[in-house]
Design a protein around this ligand. Structure first.
Ligand code: 47U
Length: 326
């Protein structure tokens, strides 16, 4: 049985985390994304003008799936599209011999401009993979039958290298016990229900955060508008139309955000929520918590995930998420 671990290296401000992946004879840095289900990469089929500074998948090592194509648009309106190959993919020593690799023929500017990232490796449920005419499986679903345990874990860190594991839980990565919650995979996401919340030292959580997805491919923590409003009222922040979201002082006094999941309270340090100066050197920071307006659910992105050890587990039949403090 297979198992393995791979580094998750943070970009500036932990905007995304990149992991080394070998596809055929190409070595790329991919953004592992539990919020989508396509494995796509810059490739020899990507226009040179769109792939400056990126490592590219050389599709000559793959077997083209004739007539297949893919096209994806993410919630932030970024996107990509292209052709499909079957090729060998290796992640942290775990090998998928015939993985659907989606070679990009067109890519939106936010991806072309981010030269650290050579593509995405989707880890949501394969039911939302965009390949047509025959939907393909994610890397995790492809290797799942060969894994020691049908699960993967995520240990992201603030400003430091973290890791993903496949097939095993690294018990040295967390403190205390793991709290498991049921996952509703009907929309293809790792969706769970978060409970009450509190701001700063108030430990009595109140209200209910509600339906949420665990999404390593999203930088921030998107919460109900009322919860975001309550947080920034205590953090001395404000909604800044020009910045397109809440901003707050970078001065290190941002309160923690506490949220109950499965009856256990998890703490997002205030320092994670003073996310990044709005312009270099500014004393005003863009907020790591933003309103989920227009999204329809909460997104527990990297701002939350780097505060916990997360276990994406289908070993029990029904999918579940495990969270532990780190
Ligand atoms: C940021 C955001 N706004 N809205 C409405 C949503 C749904 C998001 C999340 C999102 O788009 N994440 C993402 C983007 C690119 C690649 C992978 N994941």
């Amino acid at each position: 049985a297979q198992s393995g671990t791979v580094a998750a290296d943070p970009q500036q401000y932990d905007q995304a985390y990149l992991s080394p992946v070998t596809i055929g004879n190409s070595q790329l840095m991919l953004d592992f994304d539990t919020g989508s289900a396509d494995l796509w990469a810059f490739s020899n089929e990507t226009p040179a003008s769109e792939s400056v500074g990126h490592a590219k998948y050389d599709s000559s090592t793959g077997t083209e799936l004739q007539g297949y194509s893919w096209s994806i648009t993410y919630g932030d309106q970024s996107g990509a599209a292209g052709n499909v190959y079957a090729d060998k993919v290796v992640v942290g020593g775990v090998t998928a011999t015939k993985q659907a690799v989606e070679a990009a023929t067109s890519i939106s500017t936010s991806f072309s401009d981010n030269t650290d990232s050579d593509g995405l490796l989707g880890l949501a449920f394969s039911s939302i993979n965009t390949v047509t005419p025959k939907q393909q499986t994610t890397f995790f679903d492809t290797v799942k039958p060969t894994l020691a345990k049908a699960l993967f874990t995520c240990d992201l860190k603030q400003g430091n290298a973290g890791s993903y594991t496949f097939g095993y839980i690294d018990t040295s990565k967390y403190t205390g016990s793991v709290t498991y919650v049921p996952v509703d995979d009907s929309q293809g996401f790792w969706s769970f229900t978060a409970g009450g919340y509190s701001v700063g030292s108030d430990n009595a959580t109140s209200g209910s955060v509600g339906v949420s997805i665990a999404d390593t491919g999203t930088s921030l923590l998107y919460l109900p508008a009322a919860v975001a409003k309550a947080y920034y009222a205590k953090a001395g922040g404000k909604f800044d139309n020009q910045q397109g979201g809440y901003t707050l002082p970078c001065n290190g006094n941002a309160p923690d955000f506490n949220v109950a999941i499965g009856g256990k309270t998890f703490v997002v340090p205030g320092s994670y929520i003073a996310y990044a100066p709005i312009t270099s050197g500014s004393q005003t920071c863009f907020g790591g918590i933003q309103a989920n307006t227009g999204i329809g659910f909460n997104i527990f992105g990297d701002v939350f995930l780097k505060a916990v050890y997360a276990i994406f587990d289908v070993s029990q039949g029904a999918p579940r998420l495990g969270f532990a403090a780190q």
